[in-house]
Design a protein around this ligand. Structure first.
Ligand code: SF4
Length: 691
């Protein structure tokens, strides 16, 4: 007799990869993921997705998934039950705090976990342990962009929505390989170009797909974007193209800022950036005469030793041209991870409670203390350390214990050698993850966590859009959702919060954080979403700054800047500049995409892009193996010869090898936010052979 197949189940979820936040139905039968079905109601993406969202889900049922807690004993891991593992973690964290004080512990929350899980991570750090040493991977990518927005306009998120980007007259992409890293947004721009004649300006050292489609493509020398943006601002003032009405009404510091532009002449910009005077003028004219401009930027700007300043310069340019607060305008840092925006919004930051209340602000501290039922003195008002400084402090012996959730710090942090040395020195380390990651190999306890499709929760996408996702499958084996693990751990440390569902965590956060006052699971039901800030009556904010800016006088601030040399530069020995970034088919350390065979096979191994000029100068043929040596270490890999890169710039995708690019990168970083300057890496190249 033929057995009846179980029913196909359709469940709404949100993509676990990039910050576009594509939502779709996932069709499953038992544990089989049959297909991803986009639907028109999905607010960020409609019926669009990319290769990762559509096909990169094999990792969910991978046989490499962790299904039991692991405890290190005599140098090896053994399987353990949850009670034993959580008791051990609770006891050791409290012992370290007792012996060395609260700031001897550090917590790294996950930019892939939910908002509710980010909230619990920082609540454990702040309320139970008493430290602000809590952060997420935005430290490695987008903190400089947020800093630039804080300095100028006030909110640490995109000014508007993907619809605004679609309807802008001009879109400027700076240091953003949008077609590969945010494919659905790139598709919207391409459609707007075709259907509405939208103009696109690309500013990037690399000739990527959007550069080929651009109306203007500028290829400035590395680390000179601040000069370029400031020269455009100066030109706009000098030629009557600054929006003086907007500036008079909405912006402070105009005269001081204008004075600060004095050095940024077209001559200086041409000399430093390598972009011709004529191209600079054409760009300024196109931006200055447009009715609406959206400016998108990403890690090509932020991962430099002056990423905060360059982000600020870009936001300054938008203020000069009045491009905030109207449909089709604004600054858009393109968030990388699916929930890197939410992890920061919900408090995994060294100096901010959920909703960006500063830890040193007494009123905020009082409100959070009241919300959590303690006295204000129970919460530290000293900003903590971010990821990068926590790891450095561990290497110096100042941080004794770390708790890392879903982050591949051993792969992602700069200068791998220091990171591994720091991990070796820790007295106690916990990793909560789906896989025995490179980071987990150093842990004393590994707790098996569930991916988004095995739990309930919410994410925030790059537009500030909060969306719910649902349990598609039950947790695999004995793995558990992070929010359950953290709730159980807190109870073992004397704080029985009793959350039975993530909605209760969101309710608590909404009660305390004004930014999320009207957020609730009911209002997020179905395909509904809310864009923060959300008023108590549920009114959300698709477009920011329509009634002014969130500063005391309701105005934005122009922020004067000086250009500084990059921290690491080329010289006679290390004569090549190493650029790096992501590819459409892969994601970060490839822990997920690398376990999705069909996607991985599209580009199965690493390579370095070499310009035709350099190839000819050094006798390199397509596929020739080369050794790249930085001031830290060497790697060997094959070459691809392409005009995507020019002159003495190389490009290396970050996804391959045990430690990606980071055996080569150094510890120089942005002094404002301590984001490592991954893009400022000088190398030398030796030709090996064709293997
Ligand atoms: Fe959408 Fe990004 Fe996921 Fe692709 S990776 S489906 S663009 S959210």
């Amino acid at each position: 007799m033929k057995m009846r197949q179980p029913e196909i189940k359709r469940t709404k979820t949100v993509c676990t990869y990039c910050g576009v936040g594509c939502a779709f139905e996932m069709w499953t039968r038992d544990r089989h993921i049959l297909k991803v079905q986009p639907v028109p109601e999905a607010p960020a993406n409609g019926i669009s997705t990319c290769i990762k969202g559509k096909f990169a889900w094999d990792f969910v049922n991978s046989e490499k998934r962790l299904t039991m807690p692991l405890i290190r004993e005599n140098g090896r891991f053994r399987e353990a039950g949850w009670d034993e593992a959580l008791d051990l973690v609770a006891r050791r964290l409290l012992e370290v705090r007792e012996a060395h004080g609260p700031d001897s512990l550090g917590f790294i929350g996950s930019s892939k976990a939910s908002n509710e899980e980010a909230y619990l991570t920082q609540k454990i750090a702040r309320l139970i342990i008493g430290t602000n040493n809590v952060d997420n991977s935005s430290r490695y990518c987008q903190n400089p962009a947020t800093q630039g927005l804080f300095r100028t306009v006030g909110y640490g998120g995109d000014a508007g929505t993907i619809k605004d980007i679609e309807q802008a007259e001009v879109v400027v992409l700076v240091g953003s390989n949008t077609a590969e890293n945010h494919p659905v947004i790139a598709a919207r721009i391409k459609a707007a170009q075709k259907l509405r004649g939208q103009k696109v300006i690309v500013i990037d050292p690399r000739r990527h797909e959007m550069a080929d489609r651009a109306d203007i493509f500028l290829r400035p020398n590395a680390s000179t974007d601040l000069i370029l943006a400031s020269a455009l601002s100066r030109y706009l003032f000098d030629h009557g193209l600054a929006d003086m009405e907007f500036l008079d009404q909405w912006v402070n510091g105009v005269e001081e800022y204008r004075d600060s532009l004095e050095p940024f002449t077209l001559e200086f910009a041409e000399k430093m950036t390598g972009v011709s005077r004529q191209e600079l003028i054409e760009t300024a004219e196109m931006i200055g005469r447009a009715g609406s401009v959206c400016l998108l930027w990403a890690m090509g700007i932020t991962q430099h030793s002056h990423g905060s300043d360059t982000s600020t310069a870009l936001s300054n340019l938008l203020l000069v041209t009045g491009n905030y607060g109207k449909p089709g305008t604004g600054g858009y840092p393109m968030r990388g991870h699916n929930n890197v925006q939410g992890a920061s919004d919900f408090g995994c930051l060294k100096d901010r409670y959920p909703g960006y209340d500063h830890v040193a602000d007494e009123e905020s501290r009082k409100r959070w203390a009241e919300g959590w039922g303690v006295t204000p003195e129970a919460l530290s008002n000293e900003p903590g350390k971010g990821n990068f400084l926590m790891v450095q402090a561990a290497d110096k012996g100042d941080i004794k214990a770390m708790y890392i959730i879903g982050e591949e710090t051993a792969f992602s942090d700069a200068n791998t050698h220091n990171v591994l040395s720091a991990f070796e020195k820790l007295d106690f380390m916990v990793v909560q993850d789906m896989f025995l990651s490179r980071t987990a190999e150093f842990a004393d306890v590994v707790l098996p966590a569930s991916p988004s499709v095995e739990k309930e929760g919410t994410f925030v996408n790059t537009e500030r859009r909060i969306q719910r996702f649902h349990e598609v499958l039950p947790p695999l084996g004995d793995s558990r959702p992070d929010w359950r693990i953290l709730t159980d751990l807190a109870a073992r440390m004397g704080h029985d919060w009793g959350y039975e569902h993530p909605s209760r965590i969101m309710d608590e956060c909404a009660r305390i954080a004004p930014m999320f006052a009207g957020v609730s699971y009911d209002r997020l039901a179905g395909w509904n979403s809310q864009l923060w800030p959300v008023a108590a009556d549920g009114t959300d904010s698709p477009l920011l700054y329509t009634d002014g800016f969130p500063n005391e006088d309701g105005k934005a601030n122009l922020f004067p800047l000086e250009w500084r040399m990059p921290e690491e530069t080329t010289d006679a020995e290390y004569d090549l500049s190493l650029d790096n970034g992501r590819m459409r088919e892969h994601f970060q350390a490839s822990n997920q995409t690398g376990r999705s065979e069909g996607v991985w096979q599209q580009v199965p191994r690493g390579f370095v892009e070499v310009s035709p000029e350099l190839a000819s100068e050094r006798g390199i043929e397509e596929g020739t193996w080369v050794r790249l040596t930085s001031r830290r270490d060497s790697i060997e890999l094959p070459t691809v010869i392409t005009d995507r890169v020019a002159g003495k710039t190389l490009f290396l995708p970050i996804h391959f090898g045990k430690f990606g690019i980071n055996t080569l990168t150094g510890e120089h970083n942005d002094p404002d936010v301590q984001t490592p300057a991954y893009k400022e890496t000088a190398v030398k190249l030796e030709v090996l052979s064709k293997r």
